[in-house]
Each structure stands twice: as C-alpha cells, then as structure tokens.
Design a protein around this ligand. Structure first.
Ligand code: C5P
Length: 240
C-alpha cells in the first residue's frame, strides 16, 4: 500500500531469453518497433500503471544492450541476472521483490493493456486468489497424434476435437502472492517439473489460479509474423 491506501505491486520481467525461434541477430526483446525496442515498449506500459511500484528486469549475464536504453535510467527499474530457463529468471527477480502481491510479465508482450493489468490485480486481490490474464479459444481445437516412423516427417492425424469453451490461452501478466509463488517455483524446479508459466508452478503446488479474460492482442512476440503483426497494430511500417 502507498500513503493514499492504493495497493502497489512489484513486477518481475524475465528478459534473459535469446529468442532462438525468431532467428534474429539480437535477442527478440531488443528488436525495434516504432523506433523503440520491444523491451522499452513493454517496460513503459508497466510503468504507466498506477498499481506498479517497481519493475525488476532479469537480464542475461552477457546483455550489452540494456544499459544503452533511456528507460534503464528510470529509478523504478531494477536489474538482476537471469538464469538458464525462464523460471530461474523469474525466481532471480522475485528475490528482489518486496510487495505481498507480485506480477510477472514477459518482456516480449509490449501490447499489454494497462486496463487489463489493473483488472487482473483487482480480481486477484478482491478474491484473495492468484490469477492470470488469458484469452478464450475461438478456433475449433484438435488433439493430434503424429503418424510415421522416426526420421520421416510426421503426418499429424486428428484424434479428437477439444471443448473450446473450457480452453484458454495463458497470457501475462500473472499475479500471485510473492511468497507462495517463490515456494511454488522452487519446488517445481527441484522436482524437475516443466514450468512454462507461473500458473503451472502454482497449480502443481496445489494453489487455485483464476482466469481473468484479457485482450487477445496481448500476444507474445515469438516469430517474424508476430513482429509484423505487432508493427501493424502499433501503426508502424513492417520491419524487414
Ligand atoms: O522463450 P520464451 O518466448 O518462452 O520466453 C518468454 C520470456 O522469458 C521472454 O521475455 C524471455 O526473455 C524470458 N526468458 C528469460 N530467461 C530465460 C529464457 C527466457 O528471462 N532463460
């Protein structure tokens, strides 16, 4: 809480990935949109939220780019060294957080809406239950089985339809109590469980996690197509 009684949260931004699937010369968070890197756009969105007190950015040990960004001088930004996998980077950030509730947000989701962030925080704190922004599935969903021997390019055969009303795409931010999330990530890593997002660690640790529907344009920039789409949405010319 600040002096006016408003809840304030620390945000952890894992930004230590190399972005192999993008295949660019620099990690994808440093590719530019509208003259700014994706990481700068993302951090500016977070800092624009009145509920955010500080943003802890987990960076690769060899990151030569972050210090060159104007936003790195903002006193509300703290940096730390990330780890080998995303949950290691998130844990490194959590060690520097102080607020009872925290948010975790991917560095490569610059289109997140501050209104969605406020909606998520309000829903979690009011219900005293952690949660995530998520987008409802709109396409028909197919469970497939690969067919073909090793070495061949597998043919994917549809096994069955999945009930799309019950399926959501997990986005970020994800909002949890700091101590519970720290313990859940520790335990999942110790047990060698796959942790693709914070909610998966919380679920494995037995905590309930709620879905808060969010805007579908809050996608993770992963491929060149995503970059072109983000550029178009930001009203920019598509980068080559
Ligand atoms: O690789 P992926 O797209 O799932 O990465 C999601 C986020 O996690 C990105 O912001 C990336 O920089 C971050 N990450 C990290 N440390 C790693 C791997 C990924 O902070 N070791």
């Amino acid at each position: 809480m600040d002096s006016k009684g408003q809840l304030k949260l620390d945000v952890v931004v894992p930004a230590a990935g190399v972005g192999r699937r993008m295949g660019a010369a620099v990690p994808k968070q440093y590719l530019k949109l509208q003259g700014q890197t994706i990481l700068e756009l993302t951090l500016a969105k977070l800092l624009a939220c009145s509920c955010v007190s500080q943003v802890i950015v987990a960076l690769s040990q060899e990151d030569p780019y972050f210090d060159t960004l104007e936003i790195s001088k903002d006193p509300r930004i703290i940096r730390t060294a990330g780890g080998a996998e995303r949950p290691d980077s998130v844990l490194a950030g959590l060690y520097l957080a102080h607020s009872p509730w925290v948010l975790v947000h991917d560095a490569v989701r610059p289109l997140v809406s501050p209104a969605d962030i406020e909606k998520l925080v309000t829903a979690c704190v009011q219900a005293d239950c952690g949660g995530i922004l998520a987008a409802p599935a709109v396409d028909s969903l197919k469970l497939v089985q690969p067919k073909g021997s090793a070495g061949d390019e597998a043919q994917l055969l549809i096994e069955r339809n999945l009930p799309r009303d019950l399926i959501f795409r997990a986005l970020t931010p994800q909002c949890f109590k700091r101590e519970q999330l720290t313990l859940a990530l520790h335990s999942a890593l110790q047990q060698g469980m796959p942790v693709t997002d914070e909610a998966s660690a919380m679920e494995q640790a037995g905590y309930p996690c709620q879905i808060v529907p969010g805007r579908t344009d809050n996608f993770k920039i992963t491929t060149k197509e995503d970059l072109q789409l983000a550029a178009a949405l930001l009203g920019n010319i598509c980068p080559a």
